[in-house]
Design a binder for this molecule. Structure first.
Ligand code: TYD
Ligand code: MG
Length: 439
């Protein structure tokens, strides 16, 4: 029988979508390469055009999309939804005419197919390969043109980087040495070929497993995918990004047909709020370029432990200690025999000092069983002597609070008086702020 070569997989002509700059240019530095000193001003560079993933919340976090020749890690706990997000993004890029390869080292091709069916992301430009041997993957990419009769894929994703191994090392799969070795081979491949690489990496609760933390220095972008497996909300955050500001936040809800972007997180976060309870204060915080209205909750309870507990969820523990110390010294509140729990509802993480005032008011409200008016938001950084300091982008924060139906805002007295979205209560000190809230 005539052994005809099976037809090459349908790979769209992606020439125009391939990067137009050299590997020594915008892609980064190829290992072992050298370029002499030359005036920076004489260098002609073309700005890299990002490949939109088609998943709007992911593109927001990536500031447009994946840069050709770059390497992006998506890290997160097992089960959070990394493979789902990846398949949705790859499917939508393939749908837009790109050739995209998913190399699955964890799930079989049949499992990937079933998931793609379920997510509705099947597309002829989406190719899948499986296996744990890194050399086979790199080899197939190397000889892609011969084997498949077209240019190599514009995007290659490896799920996960902990399950591929480089046979040249004796280190066990998933060990730090293996993960680093495999990742650096894939980084070299990305820089040489100009394809955008996505690596999935698992992290444990403390982020300590050989995963994204190990890879941070090697790659261009690190995205962390967070969320509680028991809730549907998922947060995608860039912790490192060489092509735009880091810290951007994307929000998703995991549903029966995959991840859906949350367009109005404010409304979603407010949905479960119980207004008029002690220990709850709203604050508009910055998450990347976004303003998000979050609820800071506090609970103060008599302690039975020799050393009272301090527990902060979604808040910086050091910042909380500082706020509690100032609260005690400025207002005479005694917390020495109380456990203090504070959290940001909805799984959002807030690290900016602008939430200090809301935290102090929430703790004081919980300790004294008095409710902060439910239509009020509080914004301000607290200094060591109890002074309330200004914050960034006050106007945007007040605008978001107003949009979501809040009527008043407590702001630092030194804030720009020209900013007037909501009626404001201006305060310069923590003691005065607490008196003002209940007046
Ligand atoms: P998965 O993407 O496999 O997680 P990871 O790759 O981070 O380990 O997602 C696993 C969870 O997501 C699993 O508990 C089932 C849930 N899920 C949905 O709720 N809806 C869906 O459409 C899909 C595909 C998964
Ligand atoms: Mg997975």
């Amino acid at each position: 029988m005539d052994q005809e070569r099976s037809p090459a997989p349908a790979i769209p002509a992606t020439g125009q979508l391939r990067p137009s700059f050299s590997a020594e240019g915008a892609l980064g530095i190829l290992e072992g390469s050298w370029s002499g000193p030359e005036p920076l001003v004489d260098l002609a560079v073309e700005p890299a055009t990002a490949i939109a993933t088609g998943v709007a919340e992911m593109d927001r976090v990536l500031c447009g999309g994946l840069v050709p020749g770059s390497v992006t890690v998506i890290g997160g706990e097992p089960g959070v939804g990394k493979s789902t997000l990846l398949l949705q993004a790859l499917g939508s890029m393939a749908e837009s005419g790109l050739s995209v390869l998913l190399h699955s080292a964890e799930e079989s091709a049949a499992q990937v197919r079933l998931r793609a069916d379920r997510l509705g992301t099947l597309s002829s430009g989406l190719l899948v390969s499986t296996g744990t041997d890194l050399d086979s993957l790199l080899g197939s990419l190397e000889s892609w043109e011969v084997l498949n009769g077209g240019p190599g894929p514009a995007v290659v994703a490896v799920d996960s980087v902990q399950t591929v191994t480089d046979a040249s090392s004796n280190a066990p799969a998933g060990s730090i040495a293996q993960v680093r070795l495999c990742a650096s081979c894939l980084v070299r491949m990305a820089k040489r070929t100009g394809c955008a690489v996505i690596l999935v990496g698992h992290v444990t609760k403390d982020g300590s497993l050989a995963g994204p933390r190990t890879l941070e220095h090697l790659v261009d972008t690190v995205l962390s995918f967070e969320g509680d497996r028991h809730h549907s909300l998922r947060l995608l955050r860039s912790t490192k990004h060489r092509f735009g500001p880091a810290g951007e936040l994307g929000m998703f809800q995991m549903g029966s047909s995959g991840l859906e972007g949350v367009e109005d997180p404010g409304k979603l976060l407010l949905a479960d709020r119980r207004p008029g309870v002690a220990g709850s204060v709203m604050v508009p915080v910055l998450q990347g370029r976004r303003v998000m209205l979050v609820e800071v909750q506090a609970l103060v309870a008599e302690s039975s432990a020799p050393v009272p507990r301090r527990f902060a969820q979604g808040l910086d523990a050091g910042r909380m200690s500082l706020v509690l110390a100032v609260l005690e010294s400025q207002t005479g509140l005694r917390l020495g025999r109380s456990d203090v729990f504070a959290s940001v509802a909805g799984g959002v993480k807030v690290s900016e000092p602008a939430a200090d005032l809301a935290l102090a008011l929430a703790v004081s409200s919980a300790a004294t069983h008095r409710c902060v008016p439910p239509d009020l938001v509080a914004i301000g950084e607290i200094g060591l002597s109890g002074e309330i300091r200004q914050v960034d982008r006050l106007e945007g924060r007040l605008g978001e609070a107003e949009r979501l139906g809040f009527c008043r805002a407590m702001v630092p007295a030194s804030s720009d008086p020209a900013v007037r979205c909501l009626p404001t209560l201006r305060t310069s000190g923590l003691k005065e702020a607490i008196e003002l809230v209940y007046s």
